[in-house]
Structures are given as C-alpha cells and as structure tokens.
Design a binder for this molecule. Structure first.
Ligand code: SIN
Length: 275
C-alpha cells in the first residue's frame, strides 16, 4: 500500500505493519495523516523506525487523534501532561504491562489508542507482542458467537498488583475503578466485531455471574485470543514508535531482559463508551 512517499510493510500475517517514509517530528499534512490513520485501521498496530521526537512533538502528534488521556494513577512527565515514562531499570524485576491486556479497560471510556516511543532499549529482549481481536472473534464457532453476544464483562484495576508493577503509582489503597463492557465490541470506525477482554487481573467476571462461574470461560477466551497465529511481535530499536488501536488489539510487554535498562514514553488517546 502506498500514499505518495508513505509505504506500509506488514510484519506478520495477523496484524502489524511498519510504516516507512514519514518523519513524525514534522507537522503531518492532512493527506499523510489520513494515510497513517488508515494504516492503523487496516493493520491494528503500526510501527515507525528511526524517529527523533521530543515529548512535546509526541504530544502534538497524539493530539491529531483526539484528546490526550491522563492516567488515573501514573504521573506524567513534569512539563508534559499526558506523557508518562515506563522505566525498567537494571535492578527491577517487574515490567508495566507484562500480561495480555487492552489499555484502561477498567474505565467506562477506555483509551482508544496508545503511542509508545522507545528511548532506551536492551540489546536483546523487551519486545512487545500484539494480538488481533477481530481474528479471534472471527475464528469462534457460530454457536459460541451466539452465546457470547449478550455477555458483558466486569473489569477492575487491581491496585496491589498493578501498583507494584507500575512503580511510580500513588493510588490510595481503598480506591478502585470498575467498568462493564460488552464482551464483543463493535469498532466504531470499521464496524467490525472484536473480542474485548484482558487478563484476569483486569477482566474479573461476567456481569451477573460470580468469579467462579465466569473464570473457566474467560480463561478459554484469553487462551483463544492469544493463539500465536493471531499475534505479531515487535523488536524495538531506539527511536522506534508504535501506535496501536486498543479497540481491536491486545498487547503484552515481554519481561525477558533482567539486568538491562528500558525506557519508553507512552501517551494514550481518549476513547469513547463501548457498544
Ligand atoms: C504497555 O502495556 O503499555 C507497555 C508496553 C511495553 O512497554 O512494551
């Protein structure tokens, strides 16, 4: 696919494409922005290499997609509200986002897209994996699709686990954020149905059912959703930037580089109510 100077190159059969020929430090003209936006809709997650952008430029780029979301618990960089640093240092064992999830599913209006920019990466390891939830839905049997159609999930921010993993978080212990969403989410721009689910620390149960009743089916669906043929894996370099669509894509940061440092700048774009 090409748009003037812009080219996309898929990195896997399921989802994900590298976009070449765009300098994200520039103020993208309307045609280039529209082509990048279309690439995001077509591929679910897109990647840019060799970018050199400041937090202010990353914010300006993110605002082309909508309002910038402020994380309820994780503080922003001091002069750049909406940009937060994900750091795993040489002594850290945890990584933020180390389980399959879609961002901020525990809020009523989960973020639409996430933009992650690599500042420091280990020589090996620290890749991010993505999974295509349109494919996961499409692969279910008709009987299963019918059964899942009316279900809603209850999603919660698991404060203890998440706080430990997210390092700088300062949420009061008693505070909890919970949101219900349809298990099958219709994407507002493509109109396609997608499985909408996260790991068990976030997606706790089906609405109207107990945890015990819900867990076997949720476990099956997570295993199904992350089948290798629905995924891609991105190898970061310094200056790489990924942009993914949380309405139809799951992601997971691989925690396989202990003793090395990784620093990313993350921005999320405000989303809408699910249906
Ligand atoms: C995240 O879940 O947003 C973090 C992904 C990563 O650091 O690779």
């Amino acid at each position: 696919m090409g748009h003037n100077h812009l080219e996309t190159q898929p990195i896997a059969g399921a989802l994900g494409a590298e976009v070449h020929g765009v300098n994200l430090a520039d103020d993208l003209d309307a045609a280039t922005f529209n082509a990048v936006h279309q690439a995001l809709l077509d591929h679910g997650v897109i990647f840019f290499r060799d970018q050199n952008i400041t937090p202010a430029q990353q914010l300006a780029l993110a605002k082309r997609w909508g309002g910038v979301h402020l994380h309820p618990y994780i503080p922003s960089l001091p002069d750049h509200p909406g940009v937060f640093e994900i750091v795993k240092d040489v002594d850290d064992r945890h990584t933020l986002g180390g389980m399959w999830h879609t961002d901020q599913m525990f809020t009523p209006t989960p973020v639409r897209a996430t933009m992650l920019y690599a500042k420091v990466v280990p020589q090996a390891g620290g890749d991010t994996m993505f999974a295509n939830m349109y494919l996961a839905y499409d692969a279910l049997s008709d009987g299963m699709k019918d059964m899942l159609g009316g279900l809603r999930t209850v999603n919660q921010y698991n404060k203890k686990k998440q706080r430990a993993a997210a390092m700088q978080v300062s949420a009061p212990e008693e505070e909890a954020i919970t949101a219900e969403h349809p298990l099958i989410r219709t994407h507002t721009e493509t109109g396609r149905p997608a499985l909408y689910i996260s790991y068990d620390g976030i997606t706790r149960r089906f609405a109207g059912m107990t945890d015990e009743e819900s867990r076997p089916l949720l476990d099956y669906l997570m295993e199904h959703a992350t089948r290798p043929e629905f995924t891609c894996r991105f190898r970061w370099e310094e200056g790489s930037l990924a942009l993914w669509d949380n309405r139809c894509v799951l992601h997971m940061a691989l925690n396989d580089y202990h003793g090395h440092r990784r620093v990313m700048h993350r921005i999320t774009i405000e989303g809408e109510a699910t249906h």
